[in-house]
Design a protein around this ligand. Structure first.
Ligand SMILES: *Cc1c(COP(=O)(O)O)cnc(C)c1O
Length: 379
């Protein structure tokens, strides 16, 4: 099955008791048994709920994965992956990752004896150099947040396979419509479903997709043991959202190309970070591993100050100044004070996050209106 057909149909069956075409919201905590242990596949809703099960099948299909597990947030999904490790384990991560992932790794899991190394993964040898006998996992986020760096997934997977490490790719920015890390050999894909998969800025959720039976068994055990599962209503909303993932992505990627073109030619703009641009360092790798270039764009101003960035962000009208991304509505944010505030200023500076850096999540409105809005805000 091709992508659009899968997005609309995969995993979803008419409800057997009524014929309802849409999976009902099974708002129940428990399931009645005929005799102890004799039930219809559901015992208690933390372990499994029919609405969640349908969503997990649909999510698995999108990444061509054997398994998917849904969580109460993207961070809960990431947290579950780190729980595959033990004290003494070491993880190699990109140095430009979601601020919340950085915070979880450094400020929660370092206390549990897990060590995280952050490096510029654009150069594979930086990663290779950090591998030692305690290394257990490679954590890749591509395109990265907020600098839109592109990491070569196949190169990272090759290092992971060589040293017997678990390779994880946070595929939130690309979505399964644009990039399928499992097909490039990665072991686990993580998503903040809150973003493009949900697509309407009305739900917080996370997911893991994978093919490996043993890892899946452990992740399911962790999902039910630790209990960070999403609510049935939220699963329903995401089942609805993913039916239009391809339509929304086509529209927002097309808009992003036009917005980037406008920004590149604007006299007040210094740098534009967007993988579609031929001058972008990761352009060729993006062409190799992604079907389109996504709809996240970051840029800096010639007047590289926080005050100048704030003046722009206070003036936008169609773009909303808000954290998050991937909804049908366009958003803008100032990563240093918003999504990435939990990363120390020196660390942010060292990775190249400049004082005027603004991040856009380009949505599905008319491109002309988005460009007119940026034009007036930049004035
Ligand atoms: C938002 C985000 C997360 C965290 O997901 P939540 O749903 O907010 O918990 C993780 N990774 C990336 C790349 C994100 O953008």
């Amino acid at each position: 099955m091709k992508f659009a057909t899968k997005a609309i149909h995969a995993g979803v069956e008419p409800d057997p008791s009524t014929g309802a075409i849409m999976t009902p919201i099974f708002q129940t905590s428990t399931f009645v048994q005929a005799s102890p242990g004799q039930h219809k596949g559901f015992e208690y809703a933390r372990s499994l709920n029919p609405t969640r099960q349908t969503l997990e099948k649909a999510l698995a299909a999108l990444e061509n994965a054997k398994y998917a597990f849904a969580f109460g947030s993207g961070m809960a999904a990431i947290d579950t992956v780190i729980k595959l490790l033990k004290p003494g384990s070491e993880v190699i991560c990109g140095d430009d990752i979601y601020g919340g992932s950085y915070r979880l790794f450094v400020r929660v899991y370092e206390d549990f004896g897990i060590k995280f190394h952050f490096t510029d993964m654009q150069e594979a040898q930086n990663v290779e150099k950090l591998v030692n006998e305690n290394t257990k996992m490679i954590w890749v986020e591509t395109p990265s947040n907020p600098l839109l760096r592109v990491i070569d997934i196949e190169a990272m997977v090759a290092i992971a396979k060589k040293h017997n490490l678990i390779s994880v790719v946070d595929n939130t920015f690309a979505t399964p419509y644009l990039q399928n890390p499992l097909e490039l050999g990665a072991d686990i894909v993580t998503h903040s479903v809150t973003k493009y998969l949900g697509g309407h800025s009305d739900v917080v959720m996370g997911a893991l997709m994978l093919n490996d039976d043993k890892l899946a068994e452990r992740l399911y055990f962790l999902q039910k043991s630790c209990g960070a599962v999403p609510a049935p209503f939220d699963c329903f909303l995401v089942l609805r959202g993913i039916k239009t993932l391809h339509l929304r992505m086509n529209a927002s990627c097309e808009n992003a190309l036009q917005v980037a073109d406008f920004l590149v030619n604007h006299p007040k703009i210094q740098d534009v970070y967007f993988p579609a641009l031929p001058q972008h360092k990761g352009h060729d790798i993006a062409k190799k591993q992604m079907r389109k270039f996504g709809s996240m764009i970051s840029f800096t101003l010639k007047d590289d100050t926080q005050a100048a960035a704030y003046r722009v962000l206070e003036k936008v009208k169609v773009f909303a100044l808000a954290e998050s991304l991937g909804g049908v509505e366009s958003l803008c944010c100032y990563p240093a004070a918003m999504t990435h505030a939990s990363i120390p200023a020196e660390v942010r500076k060292a990775t190249g996050i400049k004082d005027s850096l603004i991040r856009l999540s380009v949505g599905c409105e008319d491109a002309e209106d988005l460009i007119a809005d940026l034009t007036q805000a930049l004035q």
